[in-house]
Design a binder for this molecule. Structure first.
Ligand code: CP
Length: 309
């Protein structure tokens, strides 16, 4: 397979295993490029990419922008806070105006689940979902699985536990789809109030005990509590949450093996993970961020194949 089976990257759910493998193999080449003294290739010269961020981001926004620059694309950055969206313009009108300026591809983060899929029905250029509400965050899941592959040699057969606020997490859903397609076994762990009712229908086991989950897994992906998506209280306080589900050095050292610790960021140090764990040798948090650039270069490069000039 040398081309993706999809025109847009809207989620992991509608990707095939072969698509993910193609993205990983392409990212291997780009990872080599970004570690050279000259970290740039002309692959997307004369392609213009607009990054539309309707919601806050540090890692994803900068990582896409850097990926585009490393591929020699021209980039436009749109931030909803300073745009005419605040004057009542619709999403489709906003995007059609941007496309009228001869933009070839879109990257979009939006607070509403399904926003990228909705937009893909109204426009003719490839779109990459950079996170839509509590739905999917496909490039995060790709970089997470790629980082596991890099650290442990493969994803197939590995045991991965995703700990924390699964209910509000687009990272969790995309990771579950991606890891399962690649043959990993996935469990979720955390407060039952933060678990979606449909979770077991995804073929994912639920483990309420953090210590049992840590003993079981090869990799623990610690998620942030998404307070901005919670309109009611799901647990008494952050202090109590961290007492039950926070990963600290004492817990990590008390299990019988060396597991790999991941976090998609942003971290709430002292809540879901302590600094001594986040900054430990078992943590691959910054490798995840580094791999994000290569993964996003691969996604943009492969989707650009469908652009007719
Ligand atoms: N992991 C992630 O999506 O981080 P940002 O919100 O900073 O982009």
């Amino acid at each position: 397979m040398s081309t993706l089976s999809v025109k847009h990257l809207l989620g992991i759910k509608n990707l095939q295993k072969e698509d993910i493998e193609l993205i990983f193999n392409t990212a291997d080449n780009f990872k080599e490029v970004i570690n050279r003294p000259i970290r740039k290739v002309p692959s997307l010269r004369d392609i213009t990419v607009a990054n539309l961020f309707f919601e806050n981001s540090t890692r994803t926004k900068l990582s896409f922008e850097l990926a585009e620059k490393r591929l020699s694309a021209d980039t436009l950055n749109f931030s909803a806070a300073s745009s005419s969206v605040n004057k009542g313009e619709t999403l489709v009108d906003t995007v059609n105006n941007i496309l009228a300026m001869k933009v070839d591809m879109l990257v979009m983060r939006h607070p509403d689940a399904g926003a990228a899929t909705f937009l893909s029905n109204h426009i003719d250029v490839p779109i990459v979902n950079a996170g839509d509400g509590a739905h999917e965050h496909p490039t995060q899941a790709l970089l997470d699985a790629y980082s596991i592959r890099e650290k442990l040699g493969s994803v197939e057969g590995k045991k991965v536990v995703i700990v924390g606020d699964i209910l509000h997490s687009r990272v969790a859903l995309s990771n579950i789809f991606c890891l399962q397609k690649l043959g990993a076994e996935v469990k979720v762990c955390g407060l039952s109030t933060l678990m979606p009712k449909y979770i077991e229908s995804l073929g994912v086991g639920y483990e309420p005990s953090l210590m049992k989950a840590l003993e079981w897994c090869d990799v623990a992906n610690m998620l942030r509590i998404q307070l901005e998506r919670q309109d009611t209280k799901f647990f008494p306080s952050k202090k109590e949450y961290s007492m039950m589900y926070g990963l600290n050095k004492e817990r990590l050292d008390s299990i019988s093996k060396q597991i790999t610790v991941m976090h998609p960021g942003p971290i709430n140090r002292g809540v879901e993970i302590t600094s001594d764990v986040a900054d430990s040798k078992q943590s691959i948090i910054l490798q995840q961020v580094e791999n994000g650039v290569a993964i996003r270069m691969a996604v943009l490069y492969l989707l650009a194949n469908s652009i007719k000039k």
